[in-house]
Design a protein around this ligand. Structure first.
Ligand code: 5GP
Length: 211
């Protein structure tokens, strides 16, 4: 029986290590597909267009919004970020679990549109560790680091809206924990509805046969 894939939303403060986690998860298991977002922010060193993001200008982004080409979008620290719709829908129809690594406003919009989506929030072990990771990345100015810490403080207010929280202390453990959560959600009645209906029919047929 073919299953439709899950829509999985992963958020977490900038610097919590989401990017590394998602890469490790996708590398370790076959069934995950990582969505590539569209953004108006400039590429960081080493980022590749079409792999890290689709880097576009503001005009292109706004035209994509008008054409209803995005599942959701948000403004984050002066830039637009959004999830292209067509690819995500194709992958889910093919049975892949699609992971969106997006911030909290976008996550809540996804939950509204797709109530079955699984929302996970990645947290650093401590606030100090978060700042250390942001500074250690070496790609951001002091000013951007400060605005990302401010943003983390705001986002921390919305964590209760997520289904699960995972703490990224040791990368490998965290990847495993996320995989286990996703595996468990696949066993929910919503995900197993085709199997449930089939078994109900079989039961019916058997019971009738015995009457
Ligand atoms: P960064 O600039 O560090 O790559 O990303 C900044 C924030 O934007 C991160 O929290 C990231 O998860 C989020 N983000 C990336 N892509 C999307 C998207 O398509 N939609 C939304 N809403 N947020 C996104």
């Amino acid at each position: 029986m073919k299953h439709k894939g899950l829509l999985i939303v992963v958020s977490g403060f900038s610097g919590a290590g989401k990017g590394t986690l998602m890469k490790a998860l996708v590398a370790r298991y076959d069934n995950y597909a990582l969505s590539v977002s569209m953004t108006t922010r400039a590429p960081r060193e080493g980022e590749v267009d079409g792999v890290s993001y689709f880097f576009v200008d503001k005009d292109t982004f706004e035209k994509t919004i008008e054409k209803d080409g995005l599942i959701e979008y948000a403004r984050y620290v002066d830039n637009y970020y959004g999830t292209p719709k067509a690819w995500v829908e194709e992958q889910m129809a093919a049975g892949k679990d699609v992971i969106l690594e997006i911030e909290i406003q976008g996550a809540l919009k996804v939950k509204e549109k797709f109530p079955d989506a699984l929302l996970m929030f990645v947290m650093p072990p401590s606030a100090q560790e978060l700042r250390r990771r942001l500074v250690g990345r070496g790609t951001e100015t002091e000013e951007i680091i400060d605005s990302r810490m401010q943003r983390a403080l705001q986002e921390a207010q919305g964590i209760e809206n997520y289904d699960y929280v995972v703490i990224n202390d040791k990368l490998d453990d965290c990847v495993e924990q996320m995989h286990q959560i996703i595996t468990a959600v696949h066993q929910s009645p919503d995900c197993r509805i085709d199997f449930i209906n089939q078994l109900r029919e079989e039961l019916n047929a058997l019971v009738k046969g015995e009457e």
